[in-house]
Design a protein around this ligand. Sequence first.
Ligand SMILES: Cc1cc2nc3c(=O)[nH]c(=O)nc-3n(C[C@H](O)[C@H](O)[C@H](O)COP(=O)(O)O)c2cc1C
Length: 172
Amino acid sequence: MEFEKLIAERYSVRNFEDRHLEKEVIDKILFAGHIAPTGCNNQPQRILVLNTDAAMEKLKKCTTCHFNAPTAMLICYNKDESWVRRYDGALCAPVDAAIVTTHMMLAAHNIGVGSCWVMHFNPFKMREEFNIPENLIPEALLVMGYPSENAEPMDLHFKTRPIDEVVFYDSF
Ligand SMILES: Cc1cc2nc3c(=O)[nH]c(=O)nc-3n(C[C@H](O)[C@H](O)[C@H](O)COP(=O)(O)O)c2cc1C
């Protein structure tokens, strides 16, 4: 799909068909995340794929924003593998994880898979349910699947601030 069309069309899908994604489809989405740029190319992302009814039932204990999706991916980062900015100690890894997530979200749309980025989950519960090791920090959850016939964007999708509210030239 043409890139302009892809980014204009994509919206957060919260209504899915009741069928799991095929392995080839998951692999295409994962590949897009795999080749995403990361700080110093450290690739600190660790991705947990959930694509069974049992795993999705466990996910429901961790978030109300599961939207009964058939599939999800939890994008974590390894806090011990982050590039660190020495001036202020800022970690690059959460940014890396967000870029990986964005690549996957757009790649998913490109092949007809809808997704919703979810931050509203309980990270403690997530750790418990999915045996997440201490050095991995869950950063983003992508719930995904084929959009159902009546899937549509929420009002929020259309509330874009005027561009001059968010872009500045030369100085703030
Ligand atoms: C970092 C991030 C966190 C988000 N967390 C949630 C969430 O927890 N629950 C939810 O329903 N949507 C969540 N969203 C989706 C946003 O609400 C949505 O992207 C935004 O309203 C714009 O709508 P659109 O994606 O349909 O264009 C999140 C999106 C981003 C980028």
